[in-house]
Design a protein around this ligand. Sequence first.
Ligand code: BES
Ligand code: MN
Ligand code: ZN
Length: 492
Amino acid sequence: MLRLTSIDLNKSKIDTLAIAVCEDEDIHYDPIIEAVIRRALRLKEFNGEKDEIVTLYDVPDIKAQRVILWGLGKLEKTDREALRSMAGKTVKHCIKKRLTSLYFAVPDPSLIKMEMSALLEAMQEGAYLGNHLFHKFKGEEKKKALRQIHFRITKQVTQKMRQLSLRVDAICEGTTQARDWVNTPSNEKTPEKLTQSIVNLAKKQRLKVQVLNEAQLKQQKLGALLAVAAGSQSKPSLVLLEHKVPGAKMTLALVGKGVTFDSGGLNIKTGTSISDMKSDMSGAAAVAATLITAAKLKTKTNIIGAIPIVENMPSGQATRPGDIIRSYAGKTVEIGNTDAEGRLILIDAISYVIKRYRPQLLIDLATLTGACVVALGDKIAGVFSNDDDLASGIIASGEETHERCWRMPLPEDYKELLKSDFADMNNISSSRAGGAITAALFLSEFAADTRWAHIDIAGPAYLKSESAYCGPGGTGFGVRLLSATIRNYSDI
Ligand code: BES
Ligand code: MN
Ligand code: ZN
């Protein structure tokens, strides 16, 4: 979808040219663009202030049907995220106006004081992601995404930026795939259906795929995972995806929570707390999409994806509060609350992956606790880790991609709260306080001495209202973050 070009503005006939404008500094070098900006700035309604827009038609020297000028505000405040947002909003604007293609004039890197790669990456990400629509279930008033989005850069750098552009394209495709999975309603993504959908896409990218079905999960004694699945008509699975690189030094394991619907089970959720629980497989979506993307990009690290997929439902077969189950690792767990199901499927997936693949690093992604949303709001993920380098690697990558992460503590003494009178552990804390922390501590028991990080994405995985480069619903949070972490810190 993303294209690089160095067209002559006064020769090539195009539909729409978009130009970002700062209110206080020139950020474009091309004299033709400078001229049209001066022309726009003479108008009362346009000063280049943040999100001001003006559309000009029949501009002399530019063979575009229309030129959209988009205000960025002050240069000092124009960072990668400002560009990502501007690009996303411009694309959304064009979709609304029923346009089909768009050319962005990429600012001059030295004038905007940014590396060309960071500048182009941000604009391409915002544009690609802003162009994503989830309208599969809509009939008549369907919007149409733009077919192509072009970025005009100088001839000299086109060759150099080609790889970057392909990488952005692949990672954004992964992100929108994750959004599609999350947005799909639970009746259309039962554990069987979601498993099949992941397997199909993974095979297309030639990932090694293995699915443990219910019989195999029983045989291998993944008792915690099975306990969550017990109440549902649908059969659980553990999907294992492998991206193998001959000669790679290390193996990274990614584990993603895949609860296709979280009703709470017999401790059933009420009111609004149940309404968006189709999104409780956002960790699974991010992990699957990251592996598919890594395969596309021929990433040079071994990556294992482990995705436990279940539905958490109440029924006559459902696991009861007070039941005691035996996890894959052998520890027994008393079910204090059937709504604390994510940690149950995760501990079995984590133990299984560690035993079978012995990864050097393990990262799990999960919409794990409402408490994490209370602590950090719905736009910031909580990062818990037994390893400082891994935690800071993830957090720094999140700063690049604007998937914000905040380190949270794992205090040893809080483990007291997970004691059970009858089993080795309880799946809920005896205190209401610090719920995101006690959930992470529960997982930490099963990560043992593997370098591990847990990212609680309960907030940012799903946002009810749209934002600059995302529609309402699934955000795809984690795909860009994990892809950046793998690139930046493959040697942590
Ligand atoms: N899937 C939920 C967490 C969640 C809440 C995700 C809000 C997204 C938005 C999880 O399974 C859950 O129900 N957690 C409980 C834990 C409690 C029973 C200890 C919670 O957060 O209330
Ligand atoms: Mn739950
Ligand atoms: Zn859940």
